[in-house]
Ligand binder design. Structure first.
Ligand code: ADE
Length: 249
């Protein structure tokens, strides 16, 4: 079987634009998921909607590795901004991922994945560097194409960040909860619900992986409304532009 590059997202909006651009698509159904194999920018890829949450992401990643022989996996989607600098419209490239809701203390330190000896899982440097360069290039173009939508969301200059993204099985939608996460993990840039699960599976299977997210909300009391508006208007074209640029490079 041809070794394939896999692109995953949790929400249909995040994958829609890429699916529309897939050449010679064939669909394979496993475990309630549709795996879309084809070519994008001349590369063999498989696109799949993981669905939401850590278990859904872990199941999907395992299938990608075992059934589709994925040689690398990239997760794209949106996240809630935690760090004061991570504002709606910004892009975050994960350099490390951690499960903020994992707590097996006092048997193991808080956040540590038992029997791995680690709580932070580093992403693949080469993939992440490539995504960062592609994001910088695509942002310059998409910033103009999406100017009206970004302005309506109060975004002037989307910026690029890299660092820690935290994941948990919770949509963080109160200022109190995001403040607690900031207090506990001051270097966390953003919160989402899948990345660290992908990291754990890829770590176990020795498959390179990366996570790129755009900030849809500030994980505060307004998160729900901001999330839905951003997802519909900005996330999909932004993700597609960055990933196509990355595949071209
Ligand atoms: N994905 C996007 N926004 C999020 C939030 N506020 N909490 C968890 N996952 C998210």
């Amino acid at each position: 079987m041809v070794m394939t590059l896999a692109l995953m997202a949790a929400m249909p909006e995040e994958l829609a634009a890429l699916l529309a651009q897939l050449d010679s698509p064939t669909v394979h159904h496993h475990a309630g998921r549709a795996f879309h194999a084809g070519r994008l920018e001349g590369q063999d890829v498989v696109l799949v909607l993981s669905r939401i949450g850590k278990v859904a992401a872990a199941t999907t990643a395992t299938l990608l590795i075992e059934r589709f022989k994925a040689r690398a996996i990239v997760f794209t989607g949106v996240a809630g901004g935690l760090h004061p600098q991570a504002r709606v419209g910004d892009i975050v490239i994960a350099r490390e991922l951690l499960q903020h809701d994992l707590d097996v203390s006092p048997l193991f330190p808080r956040h540590e994945v038992p029997l791995t000896g680690r709580s932070r899982f580093p992403t693949d440097a080469e993939l992440s560097d490539g995504l960062q360069a592609a994001a910088a290039e695509a942002l310059a173009v998409e910033r103009l194409a999406l100017a009206a939508s970004l302005e309506a969301l109060g975004v002037s200059q989307p910026r690029l960040h890299e660092g820690l993204i935290v994941s948990g099985d919770r949509f963080v939608a109160t200022a109190a909860e995001s403040q607690a996460l900031r207090h506990e993990l001051p270097d966390a840039l953003a919160v989402e619900m899948e990345g660290a699960a992908l990291a754990q599976v890829c770590h176990d299977c020795d498959v390179p992986y990366a996570v790129i997210r755009s900030i849809s909300d500030r994980a505060d009391d307004a998160a729900h409304g901001d999330f839905l508006r951003y997802l519909a208007e900005v996330a999909a074209p932004m993700a597609a532009a960055i990933l196509r640029c990355w595949l071209r490079r």
